[in-house]
Structure formats: C-alpha cells, structure tokens
Design a protein around this ligand. Sequence first.
Ligand code: CU
Length: 204
Amino acid sequence: MIRHGLATAVLLIMSVSSVFTAEQSTGIIKGSVTIGGRSTGDAVVSIEGLPRQTIKASAANQAKAVIDQKELKFIPRVIAVVIGKTVDFPNNDKTFHNVFSNSEAKKFDLGLYPSGQSRNVNFDKPGVVKILCNVHPNMEAYVVVKEHPFFSVADARGNYTIKGAPVGKYRIEVWHPEYGVKSVPVELVRGDEVLTINVELKEK
Ligand SMILES: [Cu+2]
C-alpha cells in the first residue's frame, strides 16, 4: 500500500512538472540565412531531433496555406506546413494551369483549370513536395511538410524566427531548393531565451 502510494505521488509530481515545462520552457531561435555572404529567401529553417513526445504535444498552427499562380509563377515559391495541412492553389492568371507533383511525399494532379478557379491538396506525409505545372515548364514551387510546427521560412532578406522553440539540445536544419541542407547543433538552455543562429549555406 505504501509503495503504491509513493508511486502515485511520484507520477503526480512528474505530470505537474511536465505541464510546467510545456508552459514555461520555450524560447525563440532566430537568425539569417546567407549564401556566399548574400542573404537568401526560400530557405526552410526547422528544429530537428526533438523527442517524440515533444512532437506529439506540439500544437499545429492551422492558418490557411496558399500558393498563388500569378504572372506564370507560383507565389510564394517555398512554403512549409505541418502534416495534415490543406494548401490552396488559386489560378489568378489569364491562362489555364495544371498543378501537379511526382514527389514521393505527395503525388497528385489537379488537372487543367481556368483563371479565377482554385483547387487544393492535403499534405499528409512528411517530406519535400516539388510542385510543377504541366502547361508551363518554368513554374516551380516547394511544399516542405513537417511533423511539427517548429519551423520558419526565411523572408526575402534571409531572416527567420522560430517562436515557441522547446528547451533542450537538438539541431537547426536549413533546407534550400538549390543549396541543399545544412545542420547546426544548438542548445536552448532556458525558457525566454532568444538564441541567434546565423547559417551560411555553401555556394555551388
Ligand atoms: Cu501553368
């Protein structure tokens, strides 16, 4: 009986401390991405190597994701989403488009559709999905699908911010469609910490 009571007490303390951790121990990781000293957008910066339970407990941001088709381009060219997210592909050009992908993480074909119409795709597997158009071979975009919301896409100046980064040791991974992947080991020691990690990608 005593033993059982003790175990319950220990469990209680553990669950209280994990609630405390979830609420308090997050910080911000931010910085810039450069290639040969020049800042670059289109880079997805994410936290990788997190414990399974941190990924499971993370709340996905359910804001709508859109890749527009305008002036024969996909805009933006690179987005990152949490697994399960639906992305809209509105056609805001005068011409027809046919959005499709042959990527392992999501094979799909939206067919031809005219100006003013929109179709969508649900991204249900992690990975990089390269988006193309059957009509216009120069059109290209990327949807990077992640299992958790700890990521940020660098803006045109190369700046990124990952809010709500968990305390712990893991790595920051930068993915760029032309310049590959680079990992940097980091440690966020305490909640409320703002860690600056600048990443230089190798020039080709
Ligand atoms: Cu097109």
